[in-house]
Design a protein around this ligand. Structure first.
Ligand SMILES: Nc1ncnc2c1ncn2[C@@H]1O[C@H](COP(=O)(O)OP(=O)(O)OP(=O)(O)O)[C@@H](O)[C@H]1O
Ligand SMILES: [Mg+2]
Length: 255
């Protein structure tokens, strides 16, 4: 049985900053991310969202501040370090290798082997099993190249991989920007399934109606700073847009 208390944060940023020469991309961001939540990262173009994603996924190193992962200081030197720790990052069109099969992509970096040999049939069977389990039934053949998949199916594979390999956190930077409405709905289903399994899910999306439909909580970045952090309580798109453009809601009693 679960105890009733709040679960500790899986990821904590403390005073996280990133500068590129004189450009301050991110400044003093404190942010805790919890297991079993979908966090929507909001902010205008250039607000620092992708910079945060790249710091969290080990692509960049912070200029100052630090990241704690599962309570311990995480000194990621590379994307591989962050993956190894349990953070899977999904980029539209970037995460998968086109010329490889679905199963090979699924097991990338964690291939099943028998001595020097790849266990292709076993990897295909397991891939099919896991993807079916998360709801991607119409995947005919895990041996086919991923180049033939739709954007939504590709996202599903990345999310499925994070779930199957028991990652702790999954970050999606603009996962649905190139997807149809139907594909987007499917990706949202997978995000909710990942959340139900206790993963922390972080999503960057420009479409406010979409992010509002799936996020439990919002964090707003504005000119590189975190300016708001609030539960999704059905705020209007107009309110969310105000946060994005002004960093916060305008004061109601301003004269
Ligand atoms: N590698 C870099 N070198 C120099 N400046 C950078 C670099 N990466 C980001 N920046 C700058 O840092 C700021 C934040 O950029 P970032 O990509 O994090 O924004 P974003 O919130 O992801 O925007 P968008 O919504 O357009 O994707 C911008 O001013 C950007 O020009
Ligand atoms: Mg970005």
């Amino acid at each position: 049985m679960e105890s009733g208390g709040p679960r500790p944060a899986v990821f904590v940023a403390e005073g996280l900053s990133k500068r590129f020469g004189s450009v301050v991309a991110l400044e003093g961001v404190d942010l805790a991310i919890y297991p079993g939540e979908i966090l929507g990262l909001l902010g205008d173009n250039g607000a620092g969202k992708s910079t945060f994603v790249k710091l969290a996924s080990g692509v960049y190193r912070p200029s100052s501040g630090r990241i704690l992962f599962e309570g311990k200081p995480a000194n990621f030197h590379s994307a591989a370090d962050a993956r190894h720790a349990g953070i899977e990052t999904v980029h539209q069109d970037l995460g998968l290798i086109d010329s490889m099969s679905i199963a090979r992509n699924f097991f990338l970096g964690a291939e099943l082997r028998w001595g020097p040999f790849l266990r292709l049939a076993r990897m295909q069977a397991e891939t099919r099993e896991i993807l079916t389990e998360i709801g991607l039934q119409n995947l005919r053949d895990a041996g086919q190249d991923v180049s033939r998949l739709s954007g939504g199916e590709r996202q599903a594979i990345s999310i499925g991989r994070a779930v199957a390999f028991q990652k702790k956190m999954i970050i999606l930077d603009e996962p649905t920007s190139a997807l149809s409405v139907k594909e987007t709905d499917k990706v949202f289903d997978y995000m909710r399934k990942a959340k139900d399994r206790g993963l922390a899910v972080v999503a960057v999306m420009h479409n406010l109606a979409q992010i509002a439909a799936v996020a439990d909580r919002f964090v707003v970045f504005w000119h590189g700073r975190k300016t708001a952090d609030f539960a999704n309580a059905g705020q209007s798109e107009t309110d969310l847009a105000q946060y994005i453009h002004l960093g916060a809601l305008p004061s109601v009693d301003a004269h």
